[in-house]
Each structure stands twice: as structure tokens, then as C-alpha cells.
Design a protein. Structure first.
Length: 538
């Protein structure tokens, strides 16, 4: 059977390959790259084309303008893979793929072995209580890192080929929500939720990949299910006063409560415990519906729905808005929206709270008051948003490393451990004698020689009233903050951090990295002294 070589190809990136044979027998002896690996074609593409190791791209005659063929060619060009189009028949493509079945089986076996390797890597990360795993495929090597207590720590290296196989296996063979195939030259997102592919103690993994000038970076966010049957917020680091305020918000039948903080600040963990507590307190008589992208943590008794596989931000925005509108027709008592990050989602979240539902959600903002600025930035009218009957709670939280109680050092005995400027600020806002304040020790077996044993929440919560929002509508932020502190009994995140420094729970330097420099006159330590010793959150 003869193959007809394409006489001309317009794309400048396609390089001619010296063709020394034309028969199907010769084709069968060549390596087939489109069945697995970096150049693996999708199921529809495999019916129309086949990429050989010598650079020939076999294409069914007359299908050169087929979208599947053009998409695959574009992918090869982005990856810098030279190829020469050769036209043939459907029968040739079918026979080649059939003859390559044994080779594919070998690759599947390699995939299975790599899955064991990937699971071992996740198990090791879980034992270290890592929040993220970074896999960096560089020009000549692969680097592995764990993020432990917010620090990125190297944990080993491998060859570039190892990294490429590991990434392809994790994305193509382990991910449950992803594109049809792994594409190292494109940004891709996925998740692993199949329990058989995860170590014990890990509920799921979020995957994000991005191409670099040298290769590819994949970041795995590890999702632990630490809540269990515990709904107490104090072990996370919240004070008793915080827990009382959150309980007050849980008991409000309507209104939107918004939690802010940067990525990895424990917002989802807080939401999990709040909603689990609501359901348990209602004796299962409450209908809690979540809308997430994707579902992160299990909430026993809630109906959790995922908005996934959106091809663009515009599509995601449309799907989220549609999901919220649909949720309001499903008779919910409480709606949880994973994150508000566009105008359509913000508008629908506000509409849900205005139509008789309790809503919980998260945004990225620097403080509780800054949540209002973020909502305006997303396109909500300030006069509509700044209404205490609509927005009932503003919460902001961060995570600070918790000192190991076995090796922490009393600052009074070791004042030389702090820079002079930091020491002066601690004396001003905590105590001139430094009594109770501790700093990072050298590490011990109890903390695996890290000096820290986890992270703890520092937070601020505003339950606004009409006067507070009147100041906000007038643009008088300073008056709004002063009113919250003096009339509503508010305490800032800075106050909470200083209280934990006073108890020896966190190091002053670590606290200032999260909340900023301590300021004399801002600290109001007293009400926050009732925190759980060593309270931490992941």
C-alpha cells in the first residue's frame, strides 16, 4: 500500500524530513509517538492521524483541514516538534494503531508503575504535613519541593525524563477532572479525588501546571480532611470572642458572610467547620448547598456541587452565575459559594442574600474592611453592598507559624535573638519585661527540628450595623474603623497577633511578617488571651 507525501505545507515551523520509504511495512517498524507520552493524541485525533518517531505525521487523505488534525498540528508547532505531513488512508491509520497495541500496553504498565511512584510522593508529603508539592521540570533535571509551614523546602531531584513521565502520569492517569490529555506547553488545571489514588488522610489534590522557558512547573495543593467530627473553631486559633461572633453569624437566617485572606490562609477549613457546625446544630434539618470549583473539603450533611471544566474565565463566570441562580431554586437554607472573583458571581451572591438565604463565601482582600473595597472593585454598587441587612459579617484571617512548646526560647532570657527594632516594638506593645514572650528555638525531635509545629489563625471579625456602613458609604474609613473598635468592641488582626505573642504561641518576627509591624497604641490584648495553646490550622 502506497503513501502519498504532501507536496507543500504552508506553516514555516514544519520542517521537511528525509523520506526513505513509503510502504506500510516500513511504517510498522517506526516508533509511534501519538499513542502515549508527550505527543499523545486524543481519541478522535487517533482516528485521523499518527505521528511517527522519524518525524512523519500520517494524515487521512482529505482531512488536512479537519479541526482535530489542525489542533494536533498546532500543538506540535507550539512544542517545537518538526514534522512532515504524509497523506494515507483510514485503513492504514487503523492498522498502525492495532499493530501498536502491545507497545501501548507496555506504556500503560509504565504508567501504572509511575502511579505508584506518584502516590509514594504524596504519602511522603502528607507525613511532612506539606500544604503543597512543587515539581519543576528544568532543562537538565527535575526538582521537587514541599511547602511546609509556609516555607518551600527542597526534597530531592531527578532527571528531566523522570519529571516529564511523572507529570504526564499525574495529569493523564490520576486526575479525575482534567483536559483529555496532558499538554506541557499549555496552562492546565485538574484535581485528583479518587480515594484509591490518594494516601490515607488526604481528601484530594488540586493540580495546576504552567510552561516555563526551561520546561514545566506543576504545583499540587494537598487537601486534608482534618475537621472530622470537630466543629470547634478555637483549635484553629480563633479566640473565644471570635467563636462567639461566628456563632452569632451562624444563627442569622439571612445575609452574606464573607471570609477574606490570601491563598492558603485557611479560609476553606474555617468554612468547613462553620457549615458542619450549622448542620449538626440543626439536627440535619437544614439544607446546605455548596457551589465550588472544584469541591475541596467534605462537609457532612451538605449537598456539594462542582463547577468545573470551564474553558475560560468568561465561561467560568457564566457557569458560576448559572449555578447560583439554579441553587436558589433548590430550596436551600444556606448557600456556600467557594470564591467570589468576578462581577457575575458577586452580583448573584448578593442577590441570594437579598432573597431570604444565608450565604457564606470567600474573597481575596487584605482586611475585613477591605472586603468592601474588593466588592466595589468587582462591580457592586457601594450603596447596595453597604447594607447591614444584606452583608452581615466581614471576616479576615491569616496563618502564622506556631512555636514548638518543647524548644521555644523565653525572650526575656534571650533578648539577643531579636533585632533591636523588633525588640523595642515588643517591649512597647506587649510588656517591658518581655514576660511570657517566646522566640523560635533551634528545633527538637518533637517538631522534627523545625522549631514550629503547625500554624495558627490570627483574625478579625466585623459584624456591621447601620452606623458602621453609613461611614463606609461616606468613604470615611477611619471613622468606620474607630466606630468598630470603640462602639462595637472590635479587635484587629494585629491585636490578635500581639495577644498570641504575649502568650508565647508565636514568634514576634513571624507575626510581623504576616500582620505588619507592631504599633504602640493599637494593641488591646486583654480579650484575646483566651486562645487554645498551640492552636493550629492547615
Amino acid at each position: 500500500m502506497k503513501l502519498r507525501i504532501a507536496r507543500h505545507h504552508d506553516n514555516a515551523q514544519t520542517h521537511a524530513v528525509n523520506m526513505s520509504f513509503r510502504n506500510i511495512e516500513d511504517v510498522n517498524s517506526a516508533d509511534i509517538l501519538s499513542n502515549a507520552g508527550l505527543f499523545e493524541a486524543g481519541e478522535e485525533e487517533k482516528k485521523l492521524l499518527c505521528l511517527l518517531g522519524d518525524g512523519r505525521l500520517l494524515v487521512v487523505d482529505g482531512q488536512n483541514l479537519n479541526p482535530h488534525v489542525m489542533s494536533y498540528q498546532g500543538r506540535l508547532e507550539r512544542m517545537g516538534r518538526p514534522y512532515q505531513v504524509v497523506f494515507t488512508t483510514v485503513d492504514v491509520i487503523r492498522r498502525i494503531n492495532q499493530n501498536a497495541s502491545s507497545s501501548v500496553a507496555d506504556r500503560h504498565q509504565e504508567h501504572s508503575m509511575m502511579q505508584v511512584t506518584a502516590k509514594d510522593l504524596l504519602t511522603k508529603a502528607c507525613r511532612a504535613r506539606a500544604s503543597d508539592v512543587h515539581i519543576r521540570v528544568r532543562k537538565n533535571c527535575t526538582e521537587l519541593y514541599f511547602r511546609i509551614h509556609n516555607d518551600l523546602m527542597p526534597v530531592g531531584g531527578q532527571t528531566r525524563e523522570y519529571g516529564e513521565r511523572l507529570l504526564a502520569t499525574m495529569y493523564g492517569a490520576m486526575a479525575s477532572v482534567s483536559d483529555s490529555s496532558y499538554k506541557p506547553t499549555e496552562r492546565q488545571d485538574a484535581s485528583i479525588s479518587d480515594r484509591d489514588k490518594l494516601p490515607p488522610g488526604l481528601y484530594g489534590v488540586r493540580i495546576a501546571t504552567v510552561p516555563t522557558n526551561e520546561g514545566t512547573v506543576m504545583v499540587l495543593r494537598l487537601l486534608y480532611n482534618d475537621a472530622g467530627e470537630t466543629t470547634d473553631l478555637r483549635p484553629l486559633g480563633f479566640s473565644q470572642e471570635h467563636a462567639d461572633l461566628l456563632q452569632q453569624l451562624k444563627e442569622q437566617p439571612v445575609g452574606i458572610n464573607i471570609i477574606s485572606g490570601p491563598t492558603g490562609s485557611g479560609k476553606s477549613t474555617t468554612l468547613q467547620r462553620v457549615l458542619t457546625g450549622e448542620i449538626l446544630e440543626a439536627g440535619g434539618k437544614m439544607h446546605v448547598l455548596t457551589i465550588e470549583d472544584p469541591v475541596e473539603y467534605p462537609i457532612e450533611g451538605a449537598v456539594q456541587t462542582a463547577v468545573t471544566n470551564a474553558g475560560s474565565e468568561e465561561e467560568r463566570s457564566r457557569m458560576f452565575a448559572a449555578a447560583i441562580s439554579n441553587a436558589m431554586r433548590l430550596d436551600p437554607d444556606t448557600i456556600m459559594i467557594g470564591e467570589v472573583r468576578d462581577r457575575a458571581t458577586a452580583q448573584n451572591a448578593l442577590r441570594a442574600s437579598m432573597t431570604g438565604h444565608q450565604v457564606w463565601t470567600t474573597v481575596h482582600a487584605n482586611s475585613a474592611l477591605a472586603i468592601m473595597d474588593r466588592l466595589v472593585d468587582l462591580g457592586l454598587p457601594l450603596n447596595l453592598a453597604a447594607d447591614h441587612t444584606v452583608i452581615t459579617g466581614l471576616i479576615s484571617q491569616r496563618l502564622v507559624k506556631t512555636l514548638c512548646p518543647d524548644c521555644r526560647l523565653p525572650l526575656a532570657a534571650h533578648p539577643e535573638e531579636l533585632p533591636a527594632a523588633v525588640l523595642a516594638r515588643v517591649r512597647q506593645v506587649v510588656s517591658a519585661t518581655l514576660e511570657g514572650v517566646c522566640v523560635l528555638g533551634k528545633g527538637c525531635p518533637s517538631c522534627n527540628h523545625h522549631g514550629t509545629i503547625g500554624r495558627t489563625v490570627v483574625a478579625e471579625i466585623i459584624i456591621p450595623d447601620d452606623q458602621f456602613f453609613r461611614y463606609v458609604r461616606l468613604g470615611e474609613k477611619t471613622l468606620a474603623v474607630n466606630y468598630w473598635l470603640r462602639e462595637l468592641g472590635g479587635r484587629t488582626m494585629l491585636d490578635h497577633a500581639i495577644a498570641k505573642v504575649a502568650e508565647g504561641v508565636i514568634d514576634p518576627r513571624m507575626a510581623e511578617k504576616v500582620v505588619g509591624h507592631f504599633h504602640f497604641g493599637m494593641a488591646q490584648v486583654g480579650p484575646f488571651l483566651h486562645v487554645v495553646e498551640g492552636g493550629s490550622a492547615t
